[in-house]
Design a binder for this molecule. Structure first.
Ligand SMILES: Cc1cc2nc3c(=O)[nH]c(=O)nc-3n(C[C@H](O)[C@H](O)[C@H](O)COP(=O)(O)OP(=O)(O)OC[C@H]3O[C@@H](n4cnc5c(N)ncnc54)[C@H](O)[C@@H]3O)c2cc1C
Length: 411
C-alpha cells in the first residue's frame, strides 16, 4: 500500500507539526502540573489552534469547514499528540461530533448546529453516553436485556423532549457549548433499539454541570458530570430517528472513534521514542552512554518496532476508510486494542530508559506520557473493548463464509 501523502495532506501535517513543536510542547508539562483539574485548560492555545483549522478540520468544505479526509485526520492528530496527547484530543473531540452531525442531522439541523461552532474559536462540542451505572454496558450490552445500559430518560411532552438523568466523565462538559446526549426513549426496549440522540446546548434550563474529573492522565482534557433535571429541548434537537440506536452504523462517527484513539497513540509513541533516544544519547551511566548499554538498546528497539507497526496500521485503516463508504471494519476495534498495547509498552520502556538516570526532573516528561497512556486501558483496550473486537470478527467471519457459500451454490 502506498502511504505517500499528497501535497494537501503534507501541508496539514507540516502545519500540525510546527504548531505542536512551537506552541503546544512549551506549555504541555506546565498545564499538566496544575493541581485544580478545571484550571488546566488553556483557551489561548485553543484559539490559536482553531484559527489554523484544527478545531473545525473535519467539517466538510460545503458546510464551511476544511473537509480533510481520514488520512489527513490521523496524520494531524498524531502530530498534535506528539506535542501533547490531551491537547490533541481537545481538538479532535470536536471532529467526532461533527462526524455524528454529518451522519445524522438534516440540512436544517446541520446549518443550525454548525454555524455557531464554525464562527467561534472557543466553541467546543461534547457527547454523553456514560453514566455512573452504565459504562461498559453501553458498549457491549447483555443481549436483549432492557435493564442494561444508560438510563437518561427522554420523554415526549407537549411537542418537546424532557430529559432526566445524569452522565459522567463527559468530555468538555464544563467548557463546551453543545452536547450530544444519548437517552432512552423506550426504556422497555434493549439499548440498541430504545436509544436516541439529542443535540443539547449547555445553557438549556435544567442542564447542570457537576464536578470535574481529577484524572491522572490527559489532565488538559476536561471531563465532568452533567445532570439533566427536567431539561426541555425541542423536537428539532433529535438527531436521526427516534430509537435510532447508539451508533450510526456505516457512518463516519463510528469509524473515526477507532482511528482517533489509535492516531493519538502514534503521536504519544513518537514523543516517547524521540525522548528515549535523546536521553540514551545524552545521559551516561557506569562511564558509558545509556545508548551503549544492551538493556537500553533492547528498550529502544521495542519502542521503535511498536511505534512503526502502529503507524502503518493506522494509515492503512484510514486509507481504507477513505476508500470505502461501508461501515467500520472489524479491524478498527483491533487497531484500538493494539494501540493500547503499543502505547503502554512504548511509554513504560521510555520511562525505564529515563529511570536509569535517577533524576526526577529528567524523567518528568516520560512519567507524563505513562499517565496519558493509561487512559487507553479505560477506553480503547480494556477487556470489554477486546471482547467487542472478537465478537465483531466472529460475526463478520460468519457473514463472509455465508456469502462465500451462497456464491459457490450459485455458481
Ligand atoms: C479520559 C476519558 C474520557 C471519557 N470521555 C467520555 C465522554 O466524552 N463521553 C462519555 O460518554 N464517556 C466518556 N468516558 C467514559 C468511558 O466511555 C467509560 O470509562 C468506559 O465506557 C468504561 O466504563 P466505566 O469507566 O464505567 O468502567 P466499567 O464499565 O465499570 O468497567 C471497568 C472494568 O471492568 C471491565 N468489565 C466490565 N464489564 C465486564 C464484563 N462483563 N466482562 C469482563 N470485563 C468487564 C472493563 O473492561 C473495565 O476494564 C471517558 C472515559 C475516560 C477515561
Amino acid at each position: 500500500m502506498d502511504f505517500t501523502l499528497n501535497e494537501e495532506q503534507r501541508g496539514w501535517q507540516m502545519e500540525a507539526r510546527r504548531f505542536a513543536q512551537e506552541e503546544i510542547r512549551p506549555i504541555s508539562l506546565a498545564r499538566d502540573r496544575i493541581a485544580e483539574p478545571a484550571q488546566t485548560i488553556d483557551w489561548d492555545i485553543i484559539r490559536r489552534g482553531s484559527r489554523l483549522g484544527f478545531r473545525t478540520a473535519a467539517v466538510p468544505r460545503e458546510w464551511g469547514g476544511h473537509g480533510i479526509d481520514f488520512v489527513t485526520q490521523v496524520v494531524v492528530i498524531a502530530e498534535l499528540a506528539r506535542g501533547d496527547s490531551a491537547i490533541a484530543k481537545t481538538f479532535s473531540q470536536n471532529w467526532k461530533w461533527c462526524h455524528l452531525i454529518g451522519d445524522r442531522a438534516t440540512p436544517e439541523q446541520r446549518e443550525r448546529l454548525l454555524a455557531p461552532f464554525l464562527a467561534d474559536d472557543t466553541y467546543l462540542l461534547g457527547g454523553g453516553i456514560t453514566e455512573p451505572n452504565a459504562g461498559s454496558d453501553n458498549r457491549l450490552p447483555p443481549a436483549g436485556d432492557p435493564r442494561s445500559g444508560l438510563r437518561l430518560r427522554a420523554e415526549r411532552r407537549d411537542g418537546e423532549w424532557v430529559l432526566n438523568g445524569e452522565k459522567c466523565y463527559i468530555a468538555h462538559a464544563n467548557v463546551g457549548k453543545l452536547f450530544m446526549a444519548y437517552a432512552r426513549t423506550d426504556p422497555d426496549a434493549p439499548l440498541a433499539r430504545g436509544t436516541s440522540v439529542f443535540a443539547v446546548p449547555i445553557d438549556t434550563p435544567g442542564v447542570r454541570v457537576g464536578s470535574v474529573s481529577n484524572k491522572a492522565g490527559w489532565r488538559f482534557y476536561q471531563n465532568a458530570e452533567l445532570f439533566f433535571e427536567n431539561a426541555r429541548v425541542p423536537q428539532s434537537s433529535l438527531l436521526g430517528e427516534v430509537n435510532g440506536g447508539l451508533e450510526a452504523r456505516g457512518g463516519k462517527n463510528a469509524k473515526f472513534g477507532e482511528l482517533e484513539y489509535s492516531a493519538n497513540a502514534v503521536g504519544v509513541c513518537d514523543a516517547a521514542v524521540e525522548m528515549g533516544m535523546a536521553c540514551a544519547k545524552r545521559e551516561r551511566r557506569g562511564g558509558r552512554l545509556l545508548a551503549e548499554h544492551q538493556l537500553v538498546q533492547l528498550k529502544l528497539s521495542e519502542m521503535h518496532m511498536y511505534t512503526e507497526a502502529l503507524r502503518s496500521w493506522v494509515l492503512r485503516l484510514a486509507a481504507e476508510s477513505d476508500a470505502s463508504a461501508a461501515g467500520h471494519s472489524p479491524h478498527g476495534h483491533f487497531l484500538m486494542n493494539f494501540a493500547t498495547d503499543a502505547i503502554q509498552r512504548v511509554c513504560y520502556a521510555n520511562l525505564a530508559v529515563h529511570r536509569c538516570v535517577g533524576n526526577g526532573e529528567i524523567s518528568a516528561g516520560a512519567e507524563k506520557l505513562v499517565r496519558d497512556a493509561i487512559i487507553w486501558t479505560h477506553i480503547a483496550g480494556d477487556s470489554v473493548q477486546r471482547m467487542k473486537s472478537v465478537q465483531g470478527l466472529l460475526a463478520s467471519h460468519g457473514a463472509a463464509r455465508e456469502a462465500g457459500g451462497r456464491r459457490s451454490a450459485a455458481s
